[in-house]
Design a protein. Structure first.
Length: 51
């Protein structure tokens, strides 16, 4: 999955990210929570990522 925030707000990006994660069995396991967070953060715009 390759999702970037682009012009979306953080709320819109988070909603889209969660809806796409529903299609990935890996990201729906407790063991993958850290990886899911890293993936989410990597898609944020740089100016948001560093807050």
């Amino acid at each position: 999955m390759e999702l970037k925030q682009g012009n979306m707000s953080v709320v819109e990006y988070a909603a889209k990210f969660e809806s796409l994660c529903a299609f990935s069995p890996y990201y729906n396991t407790p063991e993958a929570e850290y990886d899911k967070c890293v993936k989410f953060e990597s898609g944020l715009r740089p100016e948001v990522k560093h807050l």
